[in-house]
Design a protein around this ligand. Structure first.
Ligand code: 5GP
Ligand code: MG
Length: 187
């Protein structure tokens, strides 16, 4: 147990600093307060990368709300909204409620667009989406989130909840892995 390797050692560069994350969270909290603050909304977090973002976000929201979680994965073709595999559904009743789906990152758009379609069928009063990070260059489906924290270029990122092979979620910033590491560990 002599050495204590840090996940920081594997980071090539920081893409979104802690200060930038805080500013993005403040902006998102302001928008949500203005637009759903009086609606007793349900925030539905998409597991598991969202846990850090959602924890920081809800503590900036000073209004009545519920938090629930869904664990889902899209496994469709790259060109259309694929099937959605639900590992854990929400516990709450959605009908007539104002819902905000919260995810860590919007990439190809497949997961969120499929989730929106599925939850829309349950008759919410409104349904919005909120993501910390947005990688528009990777989109294969026409889809935009209602609330976006930070737009980033087409790079694979870790930290602030986002993982590579379940690691790096505990980094307080969003960073890019050293490429040799990524190539070596990619399966
Ligand atoms: P989409 O369906 O939009 O392609 O995929 C969204 C999901 O893919 C995210 O919720 C996240 O789990 C994963 N993902 C997409 N891009 C990245 C990335 O750069 N880093 C990490 N760690 N996960 C990503
Ligand atoms: Mg995800």
């Amino acid at each position: 147990m002599g050495s204590r390797p840090s996940p920081r050692d594997d980071i090539e560069r920081i893409l979104v600093t802690e200060q930038q994350l805080e500013a993005a969270l403040d902006r998102l909290a302001e928008s949500l307060t203005r637009e759903v603050g009086g609606a007793d909304p349900i925030l539905i977090g998409v597991l598991g990368g969202v846990f850090v973002f959602l924890a920081d976000l809800v503590r900036r929201l000073d209004f009545a709300l519920e938090v629930d979680f869904i664990d889902a994965e899209s496994y469709g073709e790259d060109t259309e909204a694929g099937e959605l595999k639900i590992m854990k559904d929400v516990d709450c009743e959605i009908r007539g409620r104002h819902v905000v789906i919260v995810d860590d990152i919007l990439d190809t758009g497949q997961t969120l667009s499929a989730l929106v379609r599925m939850l829309q069928e349950r008759g919410p009063a409104s349904l919005r989406t909120c993501v910390l990070l947005d990688k528009p260059a990777r989109r294969v489906i026409e889809f935009e989130a209602d609330y976006v924290g930070v737009r980033i270029p087409n790079v694979f990122v870790v930290g602030y909840g986002l993982d590579f092979a379940q690691r790096y979620r505990n980094l307080p910033f969003v960073g890019v892995l050293r490429p040799e590491l990524y190539d070596k560990r990619r399966t």
